[in-house]
Design a protein around this ligand. Sequence first.
Ligand SMILES: Cc1cc2nc3c(=O)[nH]c(=O)nc-3n(C[C@H](O)[C@H](O)[C@H](O)COP(=O)(O)O)c2cc1C
Length: 175
Amino acid sequence: MRRSVRKFASAQVEDDTIRKVLEAARLAPSWRNQQCWKFVVVNQSEMIKKVVEHTGIYNRAWLGKAPVLIIACGDPAASGSGNGQPYYMVDVAIATEHLVLAATELGLGTCWIGAFDADEIKSMLEIPNHIEIVTIIPLGYPHRKDSLAGKMAKAVVRSHTRKPIDEIFFYNKWK
Ligand SMILES: Cc1cc2nc3c(=O)[nH]c(=O)nc-3n(C[C@H](O)[C@H](O)[C@H](O)COP(=O)(O)O)c2cc1C
């Protein structure tokens, strides 16, 4: 079962495994099949540290220990919009969750990261201005135990708790 993982073993993630999770993302559905996504795979430890410096403060201590960061990006112009909504966020989110679920199947841990300074990271990784970063996904083999920093982050975001099922759906009409 997928859960956010915030402590990683030191083992590297093999290139072949990275390609497998990217393949799962590649097969995702998208608005008019535009496939507006691109993923920057950061696997050099110095680069990882620099990226992590521009993430939310409660992410930094544990995120810097991930062996890989996947920067999930979208091109708003390549996606389009429907009902006045830009769809690149939806497209990239679906593809990213495909990647996350494939990673889980392969025994890898991940965590969606939404707290980061997109402009700083874009300039560091030479991501063009017209591209948006939607999320950052750390990828690595989970450590047996959560780190203290990971536990603190989990407390901030109230990880794992869920609303009861009867609170999230209606039959036929909203009531
Ligand atoms: C868009 C998005 C942004 C998130 N940003 C962060 C983040 O910056 N740091 C973090 O530790 N977790 C982050 N999370 C993870 C959520 O806190 C987590 O998925 C939620 O608490 C449920 O826990 P679970 O993933 O373990 O089931 C984010 C999740 C989503 C979907």
